[in-house]
Ligand binder design. Structure first.
Ligand code: HEM
Length: 494
């Protein structure tokens, strides 16, 4: 029996401090089909294998759609176990909710399973987008795009992220009520947009970009995805408008000081990370074409905006109901300000030990990407069951199980569980995978954590918040369905 290699278990870095685990360089965690001579070693360390001829499908129910059966995922796991079959969006699907199996399938990527986002997302992102790529093309894109998300690059974004966060918080505190989720989507979109187009965009241009991006994302799951569907057509038109605005910014020429002006002789801006990628890749020969970089830009906006906004929104809802957590975070900030001064710097972000525990707990409890989808290219054996080629695989990233070394080891929102008795951060259990793993580990995980921590730090240093009509934190399914009417009243601390 051939097996799928599990060579690398991703452990997202808990901090920006040197010496902490960094995700492996993209080349290190390629999965490949093993040669027969090495298979014995893999048998002992792998979970997913190529299926034997005799098929044994997982238990479950294929007779009706998962939504129509009115049974929750947890109830299914209780009834059938961690690997079960069901119907989802008209397709036969196997759901995998065991962290060991999920990890193995995440690394078993090229040639064994492929990404499947459906026709809407695929077309709206574009063929050159990293989420649509497999094999060598995917490796090449990661090699190039990683340069924008190294630790050094991420540290360099902190001043701009802080400026933007300070400006949003100040605006919110000047209004009676803030539509929190909608505002946070603007905040996180502005950050990804700035990586691509610069921080100096005029407010009017930002507004137009946000509007077009919202129209584009509402087309992701439009069905059928063609011109006959007005939502799909509007989304494609919004994509074209976005690209028209992004293109001249990316291809603008740098002047002697590293500034850039667009080809139409328009505004002069600081060179952005994506512009630098374009110029550098032209020079180094490992070129991502302009077309590919445009698709990657849409992909970056898509990957970063709602995920991070949703995390910060839940973070605020948790803070609003837990004054003791706010107090502890504020005490940590006081100490950090005494040590490093008032600026938020990489040292401050690194020094946020309780802030890191808090961030992890937000991501654990409110995992904004609770699962990812894959499609097997061969019959696969998962935990002794066959997943036939062409079925859908839903891999659950959000895991209920806590690490045994965690205290408290019970459900609920407890940042303390990430600290040992001396107040040091504990090792992250393999079941904690908010940023996925393997060759598709989130590229922006460090930036996402920086955004969450910068907002946390600025908030506890100077603001309070209260919900005019209390609501529960958002459930993972609300990511695509929640309207933006989560109201929060911000005030400056007196
Ligand atoms: C809390 C915030 C975030 C969460 C929870 C998150 C989670 C994830 C997950 C689970 C994946 C893997 C998807 C898969 O396996 O199919 C992923 C991929 C990705 N993420 Fe994030 N993400 C976040 C923020 C960001 C940010 C801020 C950026 C960039 C600015 C970003 C860029 C990407 C990209 C480009 C990929 C695709 C990687 C590839 O296909 O190789 N993400 N993210």
């Amino acid at each position: 029996m051939r097996t799928v290699q599990w060579s690398w278990q991703p452990e997202p870095c808990s901090s920006l401090a040197p010496g902490h685990n960094q995700p492996a360089a993209p080349g290190r965690h390629r999965s490949r089909r093993p040669s027969a001579s090495r298979s014995r070693r893999w048998v002992t360390s792998c979970a997913a294998t190529v299926a034997p001829k005799s098929r044994k499908l997982p238990p479950g129910n294929l007779s009706s759609e998962i939504d129509l059966q009115g049974v929750s995922h947890q109830e299914r796991v209780r009834e059938f176990g961690a690997v079960y079959k069901t119907r989802m969006h008209g397709q036969d699907t196997v759901v995998v909710d065991d962290p060991v199996q999920v990890q193995a399938l995440l690394v078993a990527n090229y040639g064994v399973i492929e990404n499947d986002w459906g026709p809407g997302v695929s077309q709206l992102l574009g063929q050159g987008a990293i989420a649509n790529q497999e094999g060598d093309a995917h490796r090449r894109s990661r090699r190039v795009l990683t340069k924008v998300f190294t630790k050094e690059a991420t540290l360099s974004y902190i001043p701009d992220v802080s400026r933007l966060a300070a400006s949003f918080l100040s605006t919110w505190s000047g209004h009676e009520d803030t539509e929190l989720l909608g505002e946070l989507k603007n905040f996180t979109f502005d950050i990804s947009c700035s990586l691509i187009m610069g921080f100096d965009l005029q407010e009017q241009e930002r507004r137009q970009l946000r509007r077009d991006f919202t129209t584009l994302t509402s087309g992701f799951f439009a069905h059928p995805f063609d011109q006959s569907n007005p939502i799909a057509a509007a989304a494609m038109a919004a994509r074209s408008r976005l690209l028209e605005r992004i293109e001249p910014r990316i291809s603008s020429e740098p002047d002697d000081q590293g500034n850039a002006s667009d080809h139409a002789g328009g505004s002069v801006t600081q060179h952005t990370p994506i512009q630098r990628l374009y110029t550098a890749s032209q020079a180094e020969g490992e070129a991502l074409s302009l077309g590919e970089l445009l698709d990657q830009s849409i992909n970056l906006m898509m990957a970063s905006t709602e995920t991070t906004a949703y995390s910060i929104c839940n973070m605020m809802l948790e803070l609003e109901r837990a004054p003791e957590i706010v107090q502890r975070l504020a005490k940590e900030q006081e100490a950090l300000m005494q040590q490093h001064g008032p600026e938020i710097t990489g040292q401050v972000i690194d020094g946020m030990v309780y802030g890191e525990a808090f961030t992890r707990e937000v991501l654990r409890v409110h995992s904004p990407v609770p699962s990812v989808f894959r499609r097997p290219l061969i019959d696969l054996d998962v935990a002794g069951f066959t997943v036939p080629k062409g079925w859908m695989l839903q891999l659950m990233l959000k895991q209920q199980k806590l690490g045994e070394h965690m205290s408290p080891n019970q459900p609920g929102f407890h940042p303390e569980r990430w600290l040992d008795e001396r107040g040091h951060l504990i090792e992250q259990p393999p079941s904690f995978m908010p940023f996925g793993g393997g060759p598709r580990l989130c590229l922006g995980w460090m930036l996402a954590k920086v955004e969450i921590k910068v907002v946390t730090a600025l908030f506890v240093r100077g603001y309070t918040c209260q919900q005019p009509c209390p609501q529960s934190p958002l459930s993972p399914n609300d990511l695509t369905t929640a309207d933006d009417s989560i109201l929060m009243t911000f005030a400056r601390q007196t």
